[in-house]
Ligand binder design. Sequence first.
Ligand code: PLP
Length: 287
Amino acid sequence: MPRIAYVNGRYTPHADASVHVEDRGYQFADGVYEVCEVARGNIMDMTRHLDRLDRSLRELRIEWPIARRALEFVMREVVRRNHVENGLVYLQVTRGVAPRDHYFPAAGTQPALVVTAKRSSPAVAARRAAEGVKVITVPENRWERVDIKTVGLLPNVLARQKAREAGAVEAWFIDTDGTVKEGASTNAWIVTADGTLVTRPAEFGILRGITRATVMDVAKKLGLKVEERSFSVDEAKGAKEAFITAATTVVMPVVDIDGASVANGHPGSVTLSLREAFFDIAEKTPA
Ligand code: PLP
């Protein structure tokens, strides 16, 4: 069955889906994106993802390409047309197509919208979660506005490639003071000896992850304490548990940081209970 993509008003075979060479996303990374998990036929946490999209667009002064309700429809339609039961739906909005010039294009230039969906295997994800993943650390080298979910991801690309070449799956960006900021495509967490969940505050210097927000809801339901504060790489290495969160991985145990095992090198029970309870507590929009 051929995959279908939505590109600027048209549903088109994925293999032919393309944008203009002067799309500002292509020329300048002048655009933003969102990724939602699809689980058991539901788009997860759609409201929070579209609220964050709204904020990203406002911060960059890009108009909504279509009405929010229409975008919700397109997302569900792309998931449906691709028969995605479990996987991801991706959307990207750029400032549109215009002759290459750093200044914003003329008023009235239509923002460009792309929506795609792809399947993933829950069994593969479950196996990975049962084993846990390795992370490496890299110095922070991104711009200050990482709170905006822009498509400008070159430092993230280089960091994750470095992780892969080191036999890990994620790279944590480390601040100049030795504290963990976040992963290249995930938020970072630890569990302390007394069972408190710790993650960096999202006011500044990290993306306010949607999975991060929902994990806080899950923690509340499970009666777990959450502390938003910085933690160092050494504290993470000595923690009872560590994990990462993102729409792409939900809650994923971290068992190794820069070659040092976290606790006994196996996924922790708190992490696994958060992962298990996540589906029930997250918002579900049937596709
Ligand atoms: N941090 C960064 C840099 C990311 O790119 C992502 C997701 O892509 C996240 C955190 C996790 O965000 P979310 O839970 O909304 O997927």
